[in-house]
Design a protein around this ligand. Structure first.
Ligand code: RBV
Length: 422
């Protein structure tokens, strides 16, 4: 029996088309690993709960985990990112889904609880909400060892777990999949980078000649800056980290404090993982230019101070799907994408399947790794084994028909030795 609560079962056919398109672009997750999982069933008897964006790519991860023998539960990791057609298609394939586009905060946590009620053995989170809820409300699942280990997809989630671990509250073995090279150097840089097109989808705006402020210069935001420059924008980077600020400067961008950037910005895009990147005060809001577009591509809706902007606006007018026009008391109009939530997921379809292939190959192999090593896993953060990261890299190259060199024994000994010098 499939358990679910979704928007509309009738959307299944459309969802199958989306899953099919993603599948053809995810050869590692949806072909190589899936076919092996089908034969070997490494996840037999395991219940996996995923709190992830319910997209056509996540749908293919769920299919692969199921092919490996797992019973899969899915809920959304953001109230606005669920693709309702994909959710409908997945339940026809026996995947349990509790997710629909536009759920309230209360419904969001209800969906998480439905997944935890299934007593999962592995949790795959994106942003830490499910695993934190498990700690707060389902301690028995942790204490009894039902939950063997957990996996985290995104930077913000990993940051929360590191804080939790430091303060002694993390009670499960936690694999920060985001920190694997095959994840953050591709999904974050290329996926979020290309996510700037959400500003184009939203407002059909021309980037060429515009002052685009990119807040942050980490993996996500440096990708965004590069793509915005490629479209002809004058990119200005804001940072708090001196090294990243220098990297931005030497990459050819202007670097300045956000207060200096606000009055000249035509488009402001954030992906810092921190709150109130635009300071939430009337003085700052009044500095914004008429017609500025505000978009966030970080995990939570606190980078652009959405709540305070809504309070300050005398009128909030939805002007098209997931775009609002906010009119300030002096009549100035600014445009907010996706209610300040991940515009790259809400206005477009999420990161492209090609990069999610690598992230979700890692997630698939890590679930297998957890089952294989369940006896020896200790609570706390455990790095992704380099061999698994490399394996995903090799599989991806192979799927693209690319061969690379291998160290000879002589070379291996040279780079691992110290005796050969001048
Ligand atoms: N993300 N998933 C998708 N298409 O399913 N797109 C982006 C998708 C993930 C990405 O890995 C990132 O770390 C996270 O969403 C942010 O919530």
């Amino acid at each position: 029996m499939v358990n679910f609560k979704i928007a509309d079962e009738k959307l299944a056919e459309k969802g199958k088309e989306a899953l099919y398109i993603a599948e053809s672009k995810m050869p590692v997750t949806a072909k190589v690993i899936r076919e092996r999982f089908e034969k070997e069933k490494p996840l037999k008897g395991i219940i996996i709960a995923g709190c992830l964006h319910v997209t056509k790519e996540t749908g293919n991860l769920a299919r692969t985990l199921k092919a490996g023998g797992a019973e899969v539960y899915l809920c959304g990791s953001n109230p606005l990112s669920t693709q309702d057609d994909v959710a409908a298609a997945l339940i026809t394939e026996g995947i349990n889904v509790f997710a629909w586009h536009g759920n309230t905060d209360e419904e969001f946590y209800w969906c998480i609880r439905q997944c935890l009620d299934a007593k999962p053995n592995i949790l795959i989170d994106d942003g830490a909400d499910m695993i934190v809820t498990a700690h707060q409300e389902y301690a028995e699942l942790i204490n009894s060892g039902v939950i063997i280990a957990c996996q985290e997809e995104t930077t913000t989630g990993v940051k929360r777990f590191k804080a939790m671990d430091k303060q002694g509250f993390l009670k499960v073995p936690l694999f920060p999949v985001n920190d694997a090279r095959c994840k953050n150097q591709f999904d974050n840089e290329l996926g979020t980078g290309q996510g700037i097109v959400s500003a184009i989808y939203g407002m059909h705006v021309l980037f060429a000649g515009k002052n685009v402020i990119v807040a942050g210069f980490g993996h996500c935001s440096s990708g965004m800056a590069l793509r915005a420059r490629g479209l002809g924008a004058n990119v200005i980077v804001t940072e708090v980290d001196p090294i990243k600020a220098l990297q931005a400067k030497f990459a050819g961008y202007q670097v300045m404090p956000i207060v200096n950037a606000l009055p000249i910005a035509d488009i402001i895009l954030t992906a810092t993982g921190c709150k109130h990147v635009i300071p939430p005060t009337k003085e700052m809001f009044d500095m914004l230019k008429e017609g500025v577009i505000l978009g966030n591509l970080g995990h939570f809706d606190i980078e652009i101070p959405t709540k305070q902007l809504y309070e300050y606006a005398k009128q909030i007018k939805p002007i098209r799907s997931n775009v609002e026009e906010l009119t300030f008391p002096d009549g100035k109009k600014v445009y907010l994408l996706a209610k300040g939530r991940l515009a790259n997921l809400v206005l477009s379809e999420g990161h492209p399947s090609e990069v999610m292939d690598m992230s979700f190959a890692l997630q698939s192999l890590m679930s297998e790794y957890i089952v294989k090593n369940k006896k020896s896993l200790k609570k706390g953060i455990i790095e992704i084994p380099t061999e698994i990261d490399d394996q995903v890299g090799y599989l991806k190259l192979e799927s693209m028909g690319i061969k690379i060199d291998k160290l000879t024994d002589e070379q291996y000994n040279y780079i691992h030795g110290y005796l050969e010098g001048t």
